[in-house]
Design a protein around this ligand. Structure first.
Ligand code: NAP
Length: 294
């Protein structure tokens, strides 16, 4: 099957899709931002007409969460308008769109994991731009899957794992926020899930269309995630010393964008309807650290 991928090559998830697709029978057409800027409506139509894919995966997004507070325009252009243009083009050509969204569509005030239909209340420009992108997609194209994920890390691109390792390499202790709950999710597991959905679409010419959550297990805090990175990193020889992680509160680490205190996303619907299981981020973390060790 022919899959057109936006945000390919340089993005965390796009890069993993390209890597994993090599061992499938699918013909992947990965397009970088230079090759297909999703904010250019006309270019999207041209790309779809030129390549005539069977399905589109959108891994392109504006993901600079703090910068988005100042760069409103570009965040909305990419995350909202770009998603709309893709949805309209897919609708016109009768093809489905697999899209990725975020835990930041919620305000984090709930005390239990968020269900897919819980009321959205984005607290940041990034969260709102992603929510509006979701809404435009749902209204425009019935044949879609939206996977809301959280705390993405992987082999390629910038992420918390690499930042923490870099900072820890010349320190004995590090303060990390401990009052935000969520779940790390590997780019690898998101890519594998999206490709699995492509397999199923190829076979059945159908999917249980809709919005789902896809996050790793077990639940964690950034503090616990950092502890795991240091302990596994030390075991693998990526660090030659112990780094003590000190828990702090969000108010002690001010950022431009407000983050939800509770980022936990329920996988209930994903398991029961989409028939996709929760990936274990701890296993994926070891795999990423092994890769980084080289
Ligand atoms: N990272 C996280 O922690 C996280 C958490 C929850 C949800 N998500 C969602 O997961 C998805 C994948 O995230 P990621 O971590 O893989 O993001 P990423 O590493 O920032 O990659 C995003 C990709 O999109 C490309 N891009 C940006 N603007 C574009 C445009 N106008 N047209 C085409 N491509 C464009 C970027 O290209 P350049 O490199 O050239 O800018 C980059 O290759 C996104 O939808 C994101 O919102 C991510």
């Amino acid at each position: 099957m022919k899959i057109l991928l936006t945000g390919g090559m340089d993005g965390q998830v796009g890069w993993e899709i390209i890597r994993l697709a090599k061992s499938t029978s699918h013909q992947l057409i990965p397009l970088t931002r230079d090759q297909l800027d999703i904010t250019h409506e006309e270019s999207i139509h041209k790309a779809i007409e030129h390549h005539s894919p069977d399905i589109v995966i959108n891994a392109a997004a504006y993901t600079a969460v703090d910068k988005a507070e100042e760069d409103h325009e570009i965040a909305y252009k990419v995350n909202r308008d770009g998603t709309l243009f893709l949805a309209q083009a897919c609708n016109k050509h009768g093809i489905p769109l697999l899209h990725i969204s975020t835990d930041y569509v919620f305000d984090g005030e709930k005390s239990t994991p968020y269900e897919v239909d819980d009321a959205p209340a984005p607290q940041s420009v990034y969260g709102l731009s992603k929510w509006e992108g979701e809404e435009y997609l749902r209204n425009e194209l019935s044949q879609h899957i939206i996977l809301r994920t959280s705390w993405v890390f992987g082999r390629h691109g910038n992420n918390f794992v690499k930042t923490i390792l870099r900072i820890g390499s010349d320190r004995d202790e590090l303060k990390v926020v401990a009052d935000q709950q969520g779940a790390p999710t590997s780019a690898h597991s998101i890519a594998a899930c999206l490709l699995e959905l492509c397999d199923r679409y190829e076979q059945d010419k159908n999917l249980p269309w809709g919005t789902y959550h896809f996050t790793g297990s077990p639940e964690s805090t950034w503090f616990e995630f950092a502890q795991s990175i240091f302990s596994e990193g030390k075991k693998l020889g990526l660090l030659d010393h112990d780094v003590k992680v000190l828990p702090i509160n969000t108010e002690d680490y001010p950022t431009l964008a407000k983050r939800p205190a509770n980022s936990r996303l329920s996988m209930q619907l994903t398991k029961s309807r989409l028939k996709v299981e929760t990936p274990n981020w701890k296993n994926d973390l070891v795999e990423v650290l092994q890769y980084l060790k080289g």
